[in-house]
Design a protein. Structure first.
Length: 115
């Protein structure tokens, strides 16, 4: 917990029973801002996955428990670990590119590449 009693948590939900797959319907153009559900087949598949997701009430309870436990990242699906690992690899690759760039490596406060 931060000194002033204010903490921050990041909720990273996977498939939760919401109407997020319909979010594009409220846009002025009716197009998906996510760039995902551009055709009826994709929208239908997203709808199926989301409607079979976990209950939002469960996510709410879990989120409250995690906030109380001062967790920064809150995940809803243990099965998403492979995607977290993939994202981690992307972040490390981008960091390595930054550290290898001569323009940035010359900085006196440059951070070393973690191992």
């Amino acid at each position: 917990m931060i000194q002033d009693g204010i903490g921050i948590s990041v909720l990273c939900p996977a498939w939760v029973r919401t109407h997020i797959y319909k979010s594009h319907l409220g846009s002025p153009t009716g197009k998906s801002g996510l760039g995902v559900a551009r055709d009826e087949g994709t929208l239908s598949a997203m709808q199926q996955v989301v409607e079979n997701g976990i209950a939002p009430e469960l996510v709410g309870e879990w989120t409250a428990d995690c906030v109380e436990a001062d967790r920064f990242y809150i995940f809803t699906h243990p099965s998403m670990l492979q995607y977290i690992d993939e994202r981690h690899a992307e972040i490390r690759a981008d960091y390595a590119a930054c550290a290898a760039d001569e323009r940035l490596a010359a900085e006196p406060d440059a951070l070393p590449i973690p191992t």
